[in-house]
Design a binder for this molecule. Structure first.
Ligand code: IMP
Length: 191
């Protein structure tokens, strides 16, 4: 099956190709889709669905999209779907730090630092059918960043599985336990 991946992120494309190795994966840009789909959903699944259906409808091919983020239990699941825009949306006035600094500030003095990354994946067909899958990976939020690899909140996420931060892990190590890999593996089961 030929699938369009609704992402321009090379790391995600590589991971999708590796796990869904029976499918031919092309990027949205490869088939002429360059629009930015607004993530207006309240859940990861809603956002992934918005992106996958927009691409499938526009290009007339099955499309796969994901949405993911970090959920911290002591913060009621925040930053959650707002992970990418956390400091932009929720920082106090005159805030000059980024997302990671805001997370550390909001967890000052908090003992229970349990958290998980969650990923929702949707495969949308042009006829309106959808397949959905989700994956999680658990850990705790460190008091200070560790490591230099990865992206986003990786330096603050101490993985239960790896016993090191995601930014201290190699790409292969992270991909062996990541929320995205688990969601993709669950989707593969459905195909
Ligand atoms: P998206 O699914 O690429 O839109 O990711 C949303 C945001 O969640 C990212 O900008 C990161 O802040 C955060 N995030 C999602 N997955 C990861 C991860 O594997 N490591 C670190 N941060 C992540």
């Amino acid at each position: 099956m030929r699938l369009v991946a609704a992402t321009g992120n090379v790391h995600k494309l590589r991971e999708i190709r590796e796990i869904l190795s029976d499918c031919e994966i092309v990027s949205a840009a490869d088939v002429g889709f360059t629009e930015e789909v607004e993530e207006t959903g309240k859940t990861f699944l809603e956002n992934a669905c918005l992106k996958a259906t927009a691409v499938a409808n526009a290009v007339g091919m099955p499309a796969i999209a994901d949405d993911s983020g970090l959920c911290v239990e002591a913060l009621g699941g925040a930053p959650g779907v707002y992970s990418a825009r956390y400091s932009k949306l929720f920082a106090p006035r005159d805030w000059t730090g980024g997302n990671k600094a805001l997370l550390l500030k909001n967890l000052e003095g908090v003992k229970d630092r349990r958290a998980y990354f969650q990923c929702a994946i949707v495969l949308a067909y042009p006829d309106g059918r959808t397949l959905t899958a989700e994956g999680r990976t658990y850990g705790t939020i460190l008091e200070a960043p560790r490591g230099t690899s990865g992206f986003g909140y990786d330096p603050l996420f101490l993985s239960d599985d790896l016993r090191k931060s995601f930014a201290e892990a190699t790409e292969e190590e992270k991909n062996s336990v990541s929320h995205r890999a688990r969601a993709l593996a669950a989707l593969k089961e459905l195909l």
